[in-house]
Design a binder for this molecule. Structure first.
Ligand code: EPU
Length: 416
Protein backbone atom coordinates (compact mmCIF):
# COMPACT_ATOMS: atom_id res chain seq x y z
CA UNK A 1 0.00 0.00 0.00
CA UNK A 2 1.33 3.47 -0.88
CA UNK A 3 2.56 5.87 1.79
CA UNK A 4 3.37 9.55 1.66
CA UNK A 5 6.56 10.78 3.26
CA UNK A 6 7.00 14.46 4.11
CA UNK A 7 10.03 16.29 5.42
CA UNK A 8 8.43 19.23 7.21
CA UNK A 9 9.46 22.82 7.66
CA UNK A 10 9.69 24.05 4.05
CA UNK A 11 8.03 27.36 3.21
CA UNK A 12 5.71 27.04 0.20
CA UNK A 13 6.00 29.53 -2.64
CA UNK A 14 4.92 29.77 -6.25
CA UNK A 15 1.69 29.09 -8.13
CA UNK A 16 -0.70 26.17 -8.05
CA UNK A 17 -3.57 25.42 -10.42
CA UNK A 18 -6.81 24.07 -8.96
CA UNK A 19 -8.45 21.02 -10.56
CA UNK A 20 -12.12 20.48 -11.34
CA UNK A 21 -14.36 19.80 -8.34
CA UNK A 22 -14.90 16.14 -7.44
CA UNK A 23 -18.24 16.85 -5.78
CA UNK A 24 -19.49 18.81 -8.79
CA UNK A 25 -18.22 16.25 -11.30
CA UNK A 26 -19.89 13.23 -9.64
CA UNK A 27 -23.52 14.41 -9.93
CA UNK A 28 -22.93 16.08 -13.30
CA UNK A 29 -21.45 12.91 -14.85
CA UNK A 30 -24.38 10.99 -13.39
CA UNK A 31 -26.84 13.40 -15.00
CA UNK A 32 -25.77 11.97 -18.38
CA UNK A 33 -28.05 9.02 -17.54
CA UNK A 34 -31.01 11.38 -18.05
CA UNK A 35 -30.58 11.61 -21.81
CA UNK A 36 -29.68 9.74 -25.00
CA UNK A 37 -26.73 11.00 -27.01
CA UNK A 38 -23.18 12.07 -26.29
CA UNK A 39 -22.46 14.51 -23.45
CA UNK A 40 -19.02 16.12 -23.10
CA UNK A 41 -17.52 17.25 -19.81
CA UNK A 42 -14.24 19.15 -19.56
CA UNK A 43 -12.01 19.94 -16.57
CA UNK A 44 -12.97 16.61 -14.97
CA UNK A 45 -10.38 15.82 -12.27
CA UNK A 46 -8.32 12.64 -12.58
CA UNK A 47 -9.39 10.94 -9.36
CA UNK A 48 -10.24 7.49 -8.06
CA UNK A 49 -13.84 8.60 -7.40
CA UNK A 50 -14.18 9.54 -11.08
CA UNK A 51 -12.99 6.02 -12.05
CA UNK A 52 -15.60 4.65 -9.63
CA UNK A 53 -18.48 6.65 -11.14
CA UNK A 54 -17.29 5.66 -14.62
CA UNK A 55 -17.44 1.97 -13.70
CA UNK A 56 -20.92 2.48 -12.26
CA UNK A 57 -22.27 4.34 -15.33
CA UNK A 58 -20.80 1.67 -17.62
CA UNK A 59 -22.48 -0.98 -15.47
CA UNK A 60 -25.82 0.70 -16.25
CA UNK A 61 -25.14 0.49 -19.99
CA UNK A 62 -23.66 3.95 -20.68
CA UNK A 63 -20.58 4.21 -22.86
CA UNK A 64 -17.87 6.37 -21.31
CA UNK A 65 -14.60 7.59 -22.82
CA UNK A 66 -11.91 9.53 -21.01
CA UNK A 67 -9.29 11.65 -22.75
CA UNK A 68 -7.20 13.53 -20.17
CA UNK A 69 -9.62 15.80 -18.36
CA UNK A 70 -12.38 15.37 -20.94
CA UNK A 71 -15.05 12.75 -20.37
CA UNK A 72 -17.74 11.76 -22.89
CA UNK A 73 -20.77 9.84 -21.79
CA UNK A 74 -23.51 8.42 -23.96
CA UNK A 75 -26.36 6.73 -22.11
CA UNK A 76 -28.35 5.72 -25.22
CA UNK A 77 -27.73 2.12 -24.19
CA UNK A 78 -29.05 2.61 -20.64
CA UNK A 79 -30.56 -0.73 -19.70
CA UNK A 80 -29.39 -2.10 -16.37
CA UNK A 81 -31.23 -0.55 -13.41
CA UNK A 82 -29.14 -2.29 -10.76
CA UNK A 83 -26.18 -0.68 -8.95
CA UNK A 84 -24.44 -3.60 -7.22
CA UNK A 85 -22.84 -3.56 -3.79
CA UNK A 86 -19.31 -4.13 -5.21
CA UNK A 87 -19.49 -0.78 -7.04
CA UNK A 88 -21.53 1.25 -4.52
CA UNK A 89 -19.39 0.30 -1.51
CA UNK A 90 -16.38 2.00 -3.11
CA UNK A 91 -18.07 5.39 -3.12
CA UNK A 92 -21.12 6.63 -1.24
CA UNK A 93 -21.93 9.16 -3.99
CA UNK A 94 -23.03 6.15 -6.10
CA UNK A 95 -26.46 6.73 -4.56
CA UNK A 96 -26.73 9.61 -7.09
CA UNK A 97 -27.78 7.10 -9.77
CA UNK A 98 -31.03 6.40 -7.93
CA UNK A 99 -32.92 9.53 -9.07
CA UNK A 100 -31.84 9.40 -12.75
CA UNK A 101 -32.48 5.62 -13.08
CA UNK A 102 -35.94 6.00 -11.65
CA UNK A 103 -36.69 8.97 -13.90
CA UNK A 104 -35.44 7.22 -17.07
CA UNK A 105 -36.25 3.55 -16.52
CA UNK A 106 -39.08 3.71 -13.99
CA UNK A 107 -37.16 1.39 -11.67
CA UNK A 108 -33.86 1.16 -9.81
CA UNK A 109 -32.21 -1.33 -7.51
CA UNK A 110 -29.29 0.33 -5.77
CA UNK A 111 -27.19 -1.10 -2.96
CA UNK A 112 -27.46 0.83 0.30
CA UNK A 113 -24.18 2.68 0.77
CA UNK A 114 -23.89 1.98 4.52
CA UNK A 115 -22.06 4.12 7.06
CA UNK A 116 -18.53 5.40 6.74
CA UNK A 117 -15.70 6.63 8.93
CA UNK A 118 -17.17 10.11 9.46
CA UNK A 119 -20.72 9.11 10.42
CA UNK A 120 -23.81 6.98 9.82
CA UNK A 121 -24.80 8.99 6.74
CA UNK A 122 -28.35 7.73 6.21
CA UNK A 123 -30.19 8.28 2.90
CA UNK A 124 -33.70 8.51 4.38
CA UNK A 125 -34.21 12.02 2.96
CA UNK A 126 -33.37 10.83 -0.58
CA UNK A 127 -35.90 8.01 -0.20
CA UNK A 128 -38.63 10.13 1.43
CA UNK A 129 -38.30 12.67 -1.38
CA UNK A 130 -38.57 10.01 -4.08
CA UNK A 131 -41.65 8.59 -2.34
CA UNK A 132 -43.17 12.07 -2.43
CA UNK A 133 -42.58 12.01 -6.21
CA UNK A 134 -44.68 8.85 -6.35
CA UNK A 135 -42.03 6.12 -6.17
CA UNK A 136 -42.64 2.91 -4.27
CA UNK A 137 -39.58 2.14 -2.19
CA UNK A 138 -38.64 -1.09 -0.45
CA UNK A 139 -35.44 -2.05 1.34
CA UNK A 140 -34.56 -5.69 0.67
CA UNK A 141 -31.33 -7.62 1.17
CA UNK A 142 -29.26 -4.43 1.55
CA UNK A 143 -30.71 -2.83 -1.57
CA UNK A 144 -33.08 0.06 -2.20
CA UNK A 145 -35.72 -1.14 -4.65
CA UNK A 146 -37.58 1.76 -6.20
CA UNK A 147 -40.32 1.79 -8.81
CA UNK A 148 -42.49 4.44 -10.42
CA UNK A 149 -44.30 4.21 -13.75
CA UNK A 150 -44.07 8.00 -14.00
CA UNK A 151 -42.74 10.35 -11.32
CA UNK A 152 -45.14 13.17 -10.45
CA UNK A 153 -44.02 16.60 -9.22
CA UNK A 154 -44.43 17.26 -5.47
CA UNK A 155 -43.60 19.64 -2.65
CA UNK A 156 -40.63 18.22 -0.75
CA UNK A 157 -39.21 19.55 2.50
CA UNK A 158 -35.77 18.30 3.65
CA UNK A 159 -35.58 17.96 7.46
CA UNK A 160 -31.82 18.46 7.19
CA UNK A 161 -29.88 20.17 4.45
CA UNK A 162 -28.47 17.38 2.28
CA UNK A 163 -26.18 17.95 -0.70
CA UNK A 164 -26.50 14.65 -2.58
CA UNK A 165 -30.12 14.37 -1.42
CA UNK A 166 -30.92 17.70 -3.13
CA UNK A 167 -29.00 16.57 -6.24
CA UNK A 168 -30.77 13.21 -6.42
CA UNK A 169 -34.19 14.83 -6.12
CA UNK A 170 -33.35 17.49 -8.69
CA UNK A 171 -32.34 14.79 -11.18
CA UNK A 172 -35.49 12.78 -10.49
CA UNK A 173 -37.81 15.79 -10.68
CA UNK A 174 -36.57 17.19 -14.01
CA UNK A 175 -38.36 14.37 -15.89
CA UNK A 176 -41.38 14.16 -13.55
CA UNK A 177 -44.74 15.43 -14.72
CA UNK A 178 -45.64 18.81 -13.25
CA UNK A 179 -43.95 21.06 -10.74
CA UNK A 180 -41.71 20.06 -7.83
CA UNK A 181 -40.57 22.36 -5.07
CA UNK A 182 -37.54 21.40 -2.95
CA UNK A 183 -37.55 23.28 0.37
CA UNK A 184 -34.57 23.63 2.72
CA UNK A 185 -32.49 22.59 -0.28
CA UNK A 186 -28.69 22.63 -0.15
CA UNK A 187 -27.15 25.82 -1.58
CA UNK A 188 -23.64 24.54 -2.36
CA UNK A 189 -21.96 25.73 -5.61
CA UNK A 190 -22.15 22.09 -6.75
CA UNK A 191 -25.97 22.35 -6.64
CA UNK A 192 -25.89 25.49 -8.78
CA UNK A 193 -23.49 23.80 -11.22
CA UNK A 194 -25.78 20.76 -11.55
CA UNK A 195 -28.84 22.97 -12.09
CA UNK A 196 -27.01 24.84 -14.84
CA UNK A 197 -26.15 21.60 -16.61
CA UNK A 198 -29.71 20.32 -16.29
CA UNK A 199 -31.04 23.58 -17.73
CA UNK A 200 -28.56 23.37 -20.62
CA UNK A 201 -30.05 19.92 -21.25
CA UNK A 202 -33.50 21.51 -21.53
CA UNK A 203 -34.73 21.17 -17.95
CA UNK A 204 -36.50 23.97 -16.10
CA UNK A 205 -34.81 24.34 -12.70
CA UNK A 206 -35.19 27.67 -10.87
CA UNK A 207 -33.77 28.91 -7.58
CA UNK A 208 -30.65 26.70 -7.27
CA UNK A 209 -28.35 28.40 -4.78
CA UNK A 210 -31.32 29.40 -2.61
CA UNK A 211 -33.15 27.17 -0.08
CA UNK A 212 -36.15 26.77 -2.41
CA UNK A 213 -35.65 25.12 -5.79
CA UNK A 214 -38.55 24.89 -8.22
CA UNK A 215 -38.49 22.35 -11.02
CA UNK A 216 -41.01 22.19 -13.83
CA UNK A 217 -40.79 18.72 -15.31
CA UNK A 218 -40.13 18.23 -19.04
CA UNK A 219 -40.64 15.15 -21.25
CA UNK A 220 -37.08 14.68 -22.49
CA UNK A 221 -33.63 16.18 -22.15
CA UNK A 222 -30.92 16.64 -24.76
CA UNK A 223 -27.17 16.02 -24.48
CA UNK A 224 -24.88 18.85 -23.45
CA UNK A 225 -21.31 20.04 -23.05
CA UNK A 226 -20.01 21.61 -19.87
CA UNK A 227 -16.90 22.53 -17.90
CA UNK A 228 -16.61 21.35 -14.29
CA UNK A 229 -16.21 24.19 -11.76
CA UNK A 230 -12.98 24.49 -9.72
CA UNK A 231 -12.71 22.44 -6.53
CA UNK A 232 -13.38 24.73 -3.56
CA UNK A 233 -12.09 22.21 -1.03
CA UNK A 234 -8.81 21.72 -2.90
CA UNK A 235 -8.58 25.53 -3.05
CA UNK A 236 -9.15 25.77 0.70
CA UNK A 237 -6.58 23.05 1.36
CA UNK A 238 -3.88 25.00 -0.55
CA UNK A 239 -4.94 28.25 1.14
CA UNK A 240 -4.36 26.67 4.54
CA UNK A 241 -1.10 25.04 3.40
CA UNK A 242 0.29 28.41 2.32
CA UNK A 243 -0.82 30.06 5.56
CA UNK A 244 0.62 27.23 7.68
CA UNK A 245 4.09 27.36 6.19
CA UNK A 246 4.30 31.18 6.20
CA UNK A 247 4.36 30.82 2.43
CA UNK A 248 3.70 33.06 -0.54
CA UNK A 249 1.39 31.23 -2.94
CA UNK A 250 -0.83 32.24 -5.83
CA UNK A 251 -3.75 29.90 -6.35
CA UNK A 252 -4.85 29.92 -9.99
CA UNK A 253 -8.04 28.83 -11.72
CA UNK A 254 -10.12 28.90 -8.56
CA UNK A 255 -13.45 30.54 -7.72
CA UNK A 256 -12.84 32.92 -4.77
CA UNK A 257 -16.58 33.38 -4.21
CA UNK A 258 -16.91 29.69 -3.36
CA UNK A 259 -14.36 29.84 -0.53
CA UNK A 260 -15.73 32.92 1.23
CA UNK A 261 -16.01 31.35 4.69
CA UNK A 262 -12.48 29.92 4.59
CA UNK A 263 -11.02 33.21 3.32
CA UNK A 264 -12.81 35.14 6.00
CA UNK A 265 -11.52 32.86 8.80
CA UNK A 266 -7.98 33.05 7.40
CA UNK A 267 -8.10 36.85 7.35
CA UNK A 268 -9.41 36.85 10.91
CA UNK A 269 -6.45 34.66 11.86
CA UNK A 270 -4.07 37.27 10.44
CA UNK A 271 -3.25 35.72 7.07
CA UNK A 272 -2.70 38.20 4.26
CA UNK A 273 -5.00 37.50 1.32
CA UNK A 274 -5.66 39.29 -1.95
CA UNK A 275 -8.37 38.09 -4.25
CA UNK A 276 -8.38 38.43 -8.04
CA UNK A 277 -10.96 37.22 -10.53
CA UNK A 278 -9.92 33.57 -10.60
CA UNK A 279 -6.86 33.76 -8.39
CA UNK A 280 -6.08 34.16 -4.71
CA UNK A 281 -2.71 35.34 -3.42
CA UNK A 282 -1.92 34.11 0.12
CA UNK A 283 0.96 35.35 2.21
CA UNK A 284 1.33 33.61 5.54
CA UNK A 285 2.59 35.43 8.61
CA UNK A 286 5.11 34.25 11.16
CA UNK A 287 2.31 34.02 13.69
CA UNK A 288 -1.31 33.10 13.15
CA UNK A 289 -3.98 33.95 15.73
CA UNK A 290 -6.52 31.37 16.89
CA UNK A 291 -10.10 31.78 15.68
CA UNK A 292 -13.26 29.85 16.56
CA UNK A 293 -15.49 28.36 13.91
CA UNK A 294 -18.40 25.97 13.37
CA UNK A 295 -19.12 23.90 10.30
CA UNK A 296 -22.39 24.59 8.52
CA UNK A 297 -24.04 23.98 5.17
CA UNK A 298 -22.90 26.41 2.45
CA UNK A 299 -22.32 29.34 2.66
CA UNK A 300 -21.17 28.45 6.20
CA UNK A 301 -17.75 27.02 6.95
CA UNK A 302 -17.50 23.65 5.09
CA UNK A 303 -17.17 20.44 7.09
CA UNK A 304 -14.81 19.29 4.32
CA UNK A 305 -12.33 22.01 5.47
CA UNK A 306 -12.63 21.43 9.23
CA UNK A 307 -9.73 18.96 9.55
CA UNK A 308 -7.35 21.07 7.44
CA UNK A 309 -8.17 24.30 9.29
CA UNK A 310 -7.67 22.49 12.60
CA UNK A 311 -3.99 21.99 11.70
CA UNK A 312 -3.60 25.76 11.36
CA UNK A 313 -5.24 26.22 14.75
CA UNK A 314 -2.97 23.53 16.23
CA UNK A 315 0.06 25.77 15.61
CA UNK A 316 -1.68 29.15 16.09
CA UNK A 317 -1.30 31.61 18.91
CA UNK A 318 -4.14 31.03 21.40
CA UNK A 319 -7.07 28.66 21.79
CA UNK A 320 -9.65 27.79 19.17
CA UNK A 321 -13.09 26.22 19.63
CA UNK A 322 -14.15 24.15 16.65
CA UNK A 323 -17.74 22.96 16.46
CA UNK A 324 -18.58 20.19 13.93
CA UNK A 325 -22.31 20.30 13.22
CA UNK A 326 -22.63 18.24 10.00
CA UNK A 327 -21.19 14.80 10.76
CA UNK A 328 -21.21 13.04 14.13
CA UNK A 329 -17.75 11.49 13.88
CA UNK A 330 -15.54 13.91 12.02
CA UNK A 331 -12.73 14.33 14.56
CA UNK A 332 -10.91 11.07 13.78
CA UNK A 333 -7.84 13.06 12.71
CA UNK A 334 -7.51 14.50 16.22
CA UNK A 335 -5.80 11.44 17.72
CA UNK A 336 -3.26 11.45 14.88
CA UNK A 337 -2.61 15.20 15.29
CA UNK A 338 -2.09 14.62 19.02
CA UNK A 339 0.54 12.02 18.17
CA UNK A 340 2.29 14.82 16.30
CA UNK A 341 2.28 17.02 19.41
CA UNK A 342 -1.01 18.93 18.99
CA UNK A 343 -2.90 19.89 22.15
CA UNK A 344 -6.55 19.16 21.38
CA UNK A 345 -9.40 18.16 23.66
CA UNK A 346 -12.74 16.89 22.40
CA UNK A 347 -16.05 17.35 24.16
CA UNK A 348 -18.95 16.00 22.10
CA UNK A 349 -18.90 17.77 18.77
CA UNK A 350 -16.54 20.50 19.96
CA UNK A 351 -12.76 20.42 19.76
CA UNK A 352 -10.72 22.80 21.90
CA UNK A 353 -7.38 23.40 20.21
CA UNK A 354 -4.53 25.05 22.13
CA UNK A 355 -1.94 26.27 19.66
CA UNK A 356 1.51 24.74 20.30
CA UNK A 357 3.59 26.62 17.75
CA UNK A 358 5.22 23.53 16.21
CA UNK A 359 4.24 19.93 15.49
CA UNK A 360 6.68 17.03 15.30
CA UNK A 361 6.78 14.48 12.47
CA UNK A 362 5.46 10.98 13.18
CA UNK A 363 4.04 7.95 11.40
CA UNK A 364 0.27 8.50 11.11
CA UNK A 365 -2.77 6.77 9.66
CA UNK A 366 -5.26 8.41 7.30
CA UNK A 367 -8.90 7.53 8.00
CA UNK A 368 -10.86 9.40 5.32
CA UNK A 369 -10.29 11.85 2.51
CA UNK A 370 -10.22 15.17 4.37
CA UNK A 371 -8.47 13.68 7.42
CA UNK A 372 -5.74 12.56 5.02
CA UNK A 373 -5.38 16.09 3.65
CA UNK A 374 -5.15 17.35 7.23
CA UNK A 375 -2.27 14.96 7.96
CA UNK A 376 -0.43 16.09 4.83
CA UNK A 377 -0.74 19.70 6.01
CA UNK A 378 0.44 18.70 9.48
CA UNK A 379 3.42 16.95 7.90
CA UNK A 380 4.32 20.09 5.94
CA UNK A 381 4.55 22.17 9.10
CA UNK A 382 6.04 19.52 11.43
CA UNK A 383 9.66 19.21 12.44
CA UNK A 384 11.21 16.09 10.91
CA UNK A 385 9.60 13.30 8.92
CA UNK A 386 5.92 12.38 8.75
CA UNK A 387 4.84 9.16 7.08
CA UNK A 388 1.15 8.93 6.17
CA UNK A 389 -0.28 5.46 5.73
CA UNK A 390 -3.44 4.50 3.81
CA UNK A 391 -3.11 7.33 1.31
CA UNK A 392 -5.61 5.73 -1.07
CA UNK A 393 -8.12 8.05 0.61
CA UNK A 394 -6.22 11.04 -0.83
CA UNK A 395 -6.33 9.59 -4.34
CA UNK A 396 -10.12 9.63 -4.16
CA UNK A 397 -10.25 13.40 -3.96
CA UNK A 398 -6.98 15.27 -4.65
CA UNK A 399 -5.50 15.24 -8.13
CA UNK A 400 -1.68 15.16 -8.31
CA UNK A 401 -1.36 16.30 -4.71
CA UNK A 402 2.34 15.43 -4.28
CA UNK A 403 3.25 16.98 -7.64
CA UNK A 404 1.42 20.21 -6.78
CA UNK A 405 3.07 20.47 -3.35
CA UNK A 406 6.48 19.55 -4.77
CA UNK A 407 6.18 22.36 -7.32
CA UNK A 408 5.55 24.76 -4.41
CA UNK A 409 8.77 23.62 -2.72
CA UNK A 410 7.53 20.96 -0.29
CA UNK A 411 9.64 17.87 0.39
CA UNK A 412 6.93 15.27 -0.20
CA UNK A 413 7.10 11.93 -1.94
CA UNK A 414 5.06 8.81 -2.43
CA UNK A 415 6.58 5.55 -1.32
CA UNK A 416 5.12 2.65 -3.28
N1 EPU B 1 -28.43 13.22 6.19
C1 EPU B 1 -29.53 12.54 6.71
N2 EPU B 1 -30.35 11.89 5.84
C2 EPU B 1 -30.14 11.89 4.50
C3 EPU B 1 -29.03 12.59 3.97
C4 EPU B 1 -28.19 13.26 4.85
O1 EPU B 1 -29.73 12.53 7.92
O2 EPU B 1 -30.92 11.28 3.77
C5 EPU B 1 -27.53 13.93 7.11
C6 EPU B 1 -26.12 13.34 7.09
O3 EPU B 1 -25.99 12.21 7.92
C7 EPU B 1 -25.28 14.52 7.54
C8 EPU B 1 -26.03 15.72 6.92
O4 EPU B 1 -27.34 15.25 6.64
O5 EPU B 1 -25.31 14.60 8.93
C9 EPU B 1 -25.43 16.29 5.66
O6 EPU B 1 -25.12 15.24 4.76
P1 EPU B 1 -25.20 15.42 3.18
O7 EPU B 1 -26.27 14.54 2.66
O8 EPU B 1 -25.24 16.86 2.83
O9 EPU B 1 -23.80 14.81 2.74
P2 EPU B 1 -23.53 14.06 1.38
O10 EPU B 1 -24.40 14.62 0.33
O11 EPU B 1 -23.53 12.60 1.62
C10 EPU B 1 -21.74 15.72 0.45
C11 EPU B 1 -20.32 15.63 0.02
C12 EPU B 1 -19.44 15.41 1.23
C13 EPU B 1 -19.64 16.59 2.19
C14 EPU B 1 -21.13 16.72 2.55
C15 EPU B 1 -21.43 17.93 3.40
C16 EPU B 1 -20.49 14.72 -2.21
C17 EPU B 1 -20.27 13.59 -3.13
N3 EPU B 1 -20.17 14.53 -0.93
O12 EPU B 1 -22.03 14.48 1.09
O13 EPU B 1 -18.09 15.40 0.78
O14 EPU B 1 -18.90 16.41 3.36
O15 EPU B 1 -21.91 16.82 1.35
O16 EPU B 1 -21.02 19.09 2.78
O17 EPU B 1 -20.92 15.79 -2.63
C18 EPU B 1 -15.82 14.81 0.78
O18 EPU B 1 -15.73 15.29 -0.35
O19 EPU B 1 -14.80 14.47 1.48
C19 EPU B 1 -17.13 14.62 1.39
C20 EPU B 1 -17.36 13.80 2.42
Amino acid sequence: MDKIEIEGGRRLSGRVTISGAKNAALPILTSALLTDGSNTYTNVPGLQDIHSIRALLENHGASVSVDGHTVRIDASGLSNSEAPYELVRKMRASILVLGPLLARLGRARVSLPGGCAIGARPINLHLNGLERLGATIALRHGYVEAEAKKLVGADIYFDTVTVTGTENLMMAAVLASGRSVLRNAAREPEIVALAQVLNQMGADVQGAGTPVITINGVDTLKPTQTEIIPDRIETGTFLVAAALTGGDVIIDRCEPDHVGATLSKLSQAGVDISVGQNTIHVRGNASVTSVDFRTEPYPGFPTDMQAQFMVLMAVADGTSMINETIFENRFIHVSELKRMGADIRINGNTAMVHGVGRLSGAPVMASDLRASACLVLAGLVAEGTTVINRVYHLDRGYEALEEKFTALGAAIRRVR
